[in-house]
Design a protein around this ligand. Structure first.
Ligand code: DAH
Length: 348
C-alpha cells in the first residue's frame, strides 16, 4: 500500500477538519474521479490476477474504512453545529425573577375601580362613550341650546363639526336613546376643557350616574350619594350638605359638599365648618327625557356627575392636579397602587 493511503494520515487529516466543505474536499481528494484511491483502483488493471486480488481487497478495506470515517466526521460536524445553534438560542433561566412589585396602578385608575365597585354593589352597570362627541349629545339634547350661557361655563375644544366632550353627561343621552328604562348606569371617562392651572387640566376624568325608572325621587338620589361618599372616604359619620344649584339637564339641581378642617396644611374630612364641593346632581329634566325619546309622564329619575381627579386628590392627599399627568416615576412609586393587591383592585 502506498504511503498516500495510510490510515493514520487520514485520521490526522480528519482531525484538522471542522466544516462540511473541507470534509467534502478531503473526500474528493481520495474518492473523486482523480482521487488517490480512485487512481489506485484504476492501476489494478495492470497487475497480475493474484496481486489484483490482494491489492483489490486491501483497497476495498481502505475504502470502507475511509467512508466510515468520513461519515463519522460528518455526523460529528452536524451535531456540533446544532449544539452551537442551541447554545446561541439558549435562554438563561438563571436570571433573577422579574420584580412584580414594580408596576403601579395610577391613582386615577385606582379611584375609578373603587367608584365602580361601590356603585356596582348598588346595582349600577358601567357604560362608556366616545371622547369625540356631537354637539347634539354634548349640549343640545342636554338642554344646553346654542348661545346658552351654560356653553360658556365649559370652555369647549371644538373640532370640525364635533367637540371633545366637556363632560360625561352625553353618555346619558346615548344610553337613553338606545335603551328603554329602567336604566341604572355609571360612566367613568375622559373629559376635556380648555383650562389649565393647579386645579384644572385640559383633560380630566368624570363619572356620570343616571337612574331612570317610574318612581325614583330626590330622596333616593340623596341616599345613593350619601352612601357612596361614606363608603368612598371610609367615614361612617361623614358631615355633608346639599345646596340648591343649577344645571340645564336637571330640575331641581343640587350640589353636594362635604365638611372639612384644615390645620397645619393638613386636610381632614367629614367634620369641621368648612365646605368642599364634591359633585353636581339633580332630577333629570323632563326636557332631556323627551329629547332622548323617553316618555316624561311615565318615567323619571336622577343623575349626578363628579370629577375623579378631585375625589382622588381628596382621598389620597394629592395637592396639585397636574402631577397626575407628569409621568414622574417617583410620584407614581409614591402614590400608585400595587396591582396585585386584591384590596386595591377589587373593583376590576
Ligand atoms: N355635567 C356636569 C359638569 O360637567 C356635572 C353634572 C351635574 C352631571 C349634575 C350631572 C348632573 O349628571 O346631574 O359639571
Amino acid at each position: 500500500m502506498s504511503i498516500k493511503l495510510d490510515k493514520q494520515i487520514i485520521l490526522e487529516e480528519l482531525k484538522l477538519i471542522s466544516s462540511l466543505a473541507s470534509l467534502e474536499e478531503l473526500r474528493i481528494k481520495y474518492l473523486g474521479k482523480k482521487g488517490l484511491l480512485s487512481l489506485e483502483m484504476k492501476s489494478l488493471s495492470s497487475l497480475s490476477i493474484d496481486e489484483k486480488k490482494t491489492k483489490g481487497q486491501e483497497l476495498n478495506t481502505f475504502k470502507s474504512f475511509f467512508e466510515k470515517e468520513i461519515q463519522n466526521k460528518r455526523s460529528e460536524i452536524e451535531t456540533s453545529s446544532i449544539n452551537e445553534k442551541l447554545r446561541k438560542e439558549n435562554i438563561d433561566a438563571t436570571l433573577p425573577p422579574r420584580n412584580f412589585e414594580t408596576g403601579r396602578l395610577h391613582p386615577i385608575s385606582q379611584t375609578t375601580y373603587k367608584i365602580i365597585e361601590i356603585f356596582g354593589n348598588m346595582g349600577f352597570s358601567v357604560k362608556s362613550g366616545p371622547d369625540i362627541e356631537t354637539d347634539f349629545n354634548n349640549f343640545t339634547a342636554l338642554n344646553i341650546p346654542d348661545h346658552h350661557p351654560a356653553r360658556e361655563m365649559q370652555d369647549t375644544f371644538y373640532l370640525d363639526k364635533k367637540v371633545l366632550r366637556t363632560h360625561t353627561s352625553p353618555v346619558q343621552v346615548r344610553t337613553m336613546l338606545e335603551t328603554k328604562p329602567p336604566i341604572r348606569i355609571i360612566v367613568p371617562g375622559r373629559t376635556y376643557r380648555s383650562d389649565s392651572d393647579s386645579t384644572h387640566t385640559p383633560m380630566f376624568h368624570q363619572v356620570e350616574g343616571l337612574l331612570i325608572d317610574e318612581k325614583s325621587t330626590m330622596s333616593h338620589l340623596k341616599g345613593c350619594l350619601i352612601d357612596f361618599l361614606k363608603e368612598f372616604f371610609e367615614i361612617s359619620d361623614l358631615k355633608y350638605r346639599f345646596r340648591p344649584s343649577y344645571f340645564p339637564f336637571t330640575e331641581p339641581s343640587a350640589e353636594m359638599d362635604i365638611a372639612y378642617t384644615k390645620t397645619n396644611n393638613i386636610l381632614k374630612f367629614g367634620e369641621g365648618d368648612k365646605w368642599m364641593e364634591i359633585l353636581g346632581c339633580g332630577m333629570v329634566n323632563p326636557i332631556v327625557l323627551e329629547n332622548c325619546k323617553i316618555d316624561s309622564k311615565k318615567f323619571q329619575g336622577f343623575a349626578f356627575g363628579m370629577g375623579i381627579e378631585r375625589l382622588s386628590m381628596l382621598k389620597y392627599g394629592i395637592t396639585d392636579i397636574r402631577s397626575f399627568y407628569e409621568s414622574d416615576f417617583r410620584w407614581i412609586q409614591h402614590y400608585g397602587f400595587n396591582p396585585l393587591d386584591l384590596n386595591s383592585t377589587s373593583g376590576l
